[in-house]
Design a protein around this ligand. Sequence first.
Ligand code: NDP
Length: 460
Amino acid sequence: MMPFYSLRSNHYYEPSSPLQEVDWFSLSAVILLLCTAPFLVFFFVMVCDQYQCSVSQPLVELYSGEATLLSIWEKAPSFTWTAAQIYTVWVSFQVVLYMCVPDITHKFLPGYAGGVQDGARTPAGLINKYEINGLQSWIITHALWYANAQYFHWFSPTIIFDNWIPLLWCTNILGYVVSTFAFVKAYLFPTNAEDCKFTGNVFYNYMMGIEFNPRIGKWFDFKLFFNGRPGIVAWTLINLSYAAKQQELYGYVTNSMILVNVLQAIYVLDFFWNEAWYLKTIDICHDHFGWYLGWGDSVMESFLFSGLYLVYNPVQLPTTHAAAVLLLGLVGYYVFRSTNHQKDLFRRTEGKCSVWGKKPTFIECAYRSGDGGLHHSKLMTSGFWGVARHLNYTGDLMGSLAYCAACGFGHIHPYFYIVYMTILLVHRCVRDEHRCSSKYGKDWKRYTDAVPYRLLPGIF
Ligand code: NDP
């Protein structure tokens, strides 16, 4: 039977089978990730704490019998109530900023889309309203951080680094609690039962989520909250805490640490400046909320950044190396932002705009909705979207590579981040193309013939 793409739902459906099948490969990957992901992240943080970020040293010790898994585990700091208090205060504060402080920044920042904004249409045909106040939360949080460091001295600016592994366990607890809560909530009191997606496999449901937009009350939206806060607001503070620790330990802050702080701060500020635009991206308008988003946002958003390595290995880069990293990071950011902007402009104006000084070219596409109706859409084939099908991901990856390269070439550890980002974005690209292919059928084929490469022209 021909698959349908529901306009009302924005999702593709196989009308004869209400439950989606999960193949064995996906199921095995899901179970493997659920069981190992927290320990993998622990490993990469622990090796910094115990082995100066050497990834091979613990493996050599295990192989030679000098260490056992238990002895390594016992040497690493574990959960502490101090970290639990810090994390509880942090998350609660972000909830208060999210729920209780309506955005005023859009009133005086020209061009910024904050305040109450519409999301994309959900599977059940709803258009949710969102309070976009991430930029404001970021500004308030950082102003308080600055005031504390400069005047109040309630806590040390190294507080995050000093509690790093105990905080890792707290983020894991939150990640699993929120995913489990969302899972149970989907069965017992879903926000919108028509927006739920069941696959018939409990592990897959837990991981990829059942509810589309779980909410508590009218405004507490799980996806928006966990996507941006507490992880992304914390990102710049985590980096500042690393820099403060370098200062405390060595009496100076390296140029590599400054580079990492600056490049990642640009990315974070861009995220909050464009928070309303993120409502239209895959995370919010296609993915369901489960462990993938709940745990991923809570843990992975905070624990994979390169600044940690630089605290243990204070790399001072030669000027040419630092300049090359800065250039790579800025070019990556430019490609990432411009590609996203071109598609946004193209879709908003329905192609009546100028891209790279010309009228954009596109492929006219047709697709059927679940009720059988025929609809039309356009896929742009010029600008960055004519060079490859996902150059926004390529730009993102260039930026990620710059964060790694800022750490020099002494260890493999900081390069784990680019490996992780590559897996994440290639998987995202494949998922998205599978969905687009189901939606547009032969028109998608025409598009992929016209723009044959995904991320790297001539290679992939
Ligand atoms: P995209 O912004 O690339 O959106 C993909 C959708 O755009 C497709 O499903 C299709 O939707 C439409 N589309 C595809 N090709 C075209 C075209 N040629 N012309 C017009 N429309 C097209 O995906 P994401 O939401 O994944 O990414 C948004 C940004 O977020 C990216 O820059 C990504 O790098 C970033 N991101 C970063 C992460 C991180 O951890 N750093 C994680 C996730 C995302 P339709 O059905 O409407 O046709």
